[in-house]
Design a protein around this ligand. Structure first.
Ligand code: AMP
Length: 217
């Protein structure tokens, strides 16, 4: 199953993608995670991406497409994958269609529907583990002993791009560049909407139900 998780930042895509990936043994491919790793390692890609990510803008389509094109050739992608945070522009979606032209394309796009107020609340209270990447939430899933990850004990920080000003900019960029993908996939009969404002277990159940329904088709 080749899936896209689509939605604004902070709608729960990454959290749910990691759960589903583990359950069905398919990789979660997060362009944000790949870029953050490159920044942390100081690679050429990381150096190009760092300032753009800090401002909440989008890394250029050419860079992202090359990165995905390479990643999808890896062995673990043979039985499918979840794309998390890609595509983010119409150009990326068109290029993905081109890459998958001989493979029947994407099976489904799961769109996480959450209001803007809720997103700002979630993102500004998010704290991320620098070691394992697990996202805590200061309101309902706080780190332990102030700043220690509840999963691995690593240090938990606020991502620079989760600060309120950058969050607002990321949402503007989302509305301008990424939101048009909802109609793009709706017009191709690929779009399935999930109410991402529900609690995390209910969202997970809705996605598992949908996955099972889709895999029977
Ligand atoms: P994320 O973790 O998905 O919110 O991504 C963090 C940041 O990485 C974004 O704000 C962008 O700067 C960059 N990024 C991630 N995925 C993409 C993409 N598909 N296209 C362009 N930029 C991206």
């Amino acid at each position: 199953m080749r899936l896209i998780f689509l939605g604004a930042p902070g709608t729960g895509k990454g959290t749910q993608a990691s759960v589903l990936a583990e359950r069905y043994h398919i990789p979660q491919i997060s362009t944000g995670d790949i870029l953050r790793k490159a920044v942390a390692e100081g690679t050429e890609l990381g150096q190009k991406a760092k300032a753009i990510m800090e401002s909440g803008g989008l890394v250029s389509d050419d860079i992202i497409i090359a990165l995905i094109e390479q990643r999808l050739t890896e062995d673990d992608c043979k039985n499918g994958y979840i794309l998390d945070g890609f595509p983010r522009t119409i150009k990326q979606a068109e290029d993905l269609d081109r890459m998958l032209a001989d493979k029947n394309g994407i099976d489904a796009v799961i769109y996480f529907d959450v209001s803007e107020d809720e997103i700002v609340k979630r993102l500004t209270s998010r704290r991320t583990c620098t070691q394992c990447g697990y996202n805590h939430n200061m309101i309902y899933d706080p780190p332990v002993d102030g700043d220690k990850c509840a999963k691995c004990g690593g240090t938990v920080i606020q991502r620079d791009d989760d600060k309120e000003e950058t969050v607002r900019n990321r949402l503007l960029v989302y509305a301008d560049k990424t939101a048009p993908l909802v109609d793009y996939y709706k017009n191709r009969n690929k779009l399935y909407v999930i109410d991402g404002a529900q609690d995390v277990q209910k969202v997970r159940q809705d996605i598992v139900d949908l996955y099972q329904k889709l895999s029977k088709v």
